[in-house]
Ligand binder design. Structure first.
Ligand SMILES: [Fe+2]
Length: 136
């Protein structure tokens, strides 16, 4: 996954999480666009910041959701989020070039989308569905 184009395969079936994932995809596309068209460093920096900030907000919202439903794997999921946030914070602090920041952030978010959203996040949606006794 490299282009962050949304398709139904990414939907996990929970409105809030899917909505936030779509917003993350939009921010990732925006960041990729500005870093490809050689926009000003200021613009690239702003797009990197918007994506990394929203990633944190999304993770926090997802953790609140898991808390509210008594999700059994909350701590494991929280630790996975903390690891991604730490990776992002570390390289942003160490890498002064906005273009390289965007490239690395794209890699991290891309890996996260492939491995985490359709795996771990899907388990949250399934847990909610099982409590409701429905498929959604
Ligand atoms: Fe997650």
């Amino acid at each position: 996954m490299t282009d962050f184009e949304w398709n139904p395969d990414y939907a996990i079936g929970h409105f809030q999480i899917d909505d936030e994932h779509r917003k993350l995809f939009r921010l990732a596309r925006k960041m990729m666009n500005v870093s490809c068209v050689r926009a000003s460093e200021k613009e690239i920096k702003a797009a990197v910041k918007a994506l990394s900030d929203y990633t944190k907000i999304h993770f926090r919202n997802e953790e609140r959701l898991m808390e509210s439903i008594g999700y059994p794997d909350l701590e494991k999921h929280r630790a996975a989020h903390a690891y991604i946030i730490e990776q992002i914070s570390n390289f942003l602090a160490a890498e002064p070039s906005p273009v390289r920041q965007a490239k690395r952030l794209k890699e991290i978010i891309s890996t996260w989308v492939d491995g985490h959203t359709t795996g771990e996040d899907l388990k949250i949606a399934r847990f909610i569905a099982s409590r409701r006794g429905t498929n959604n």
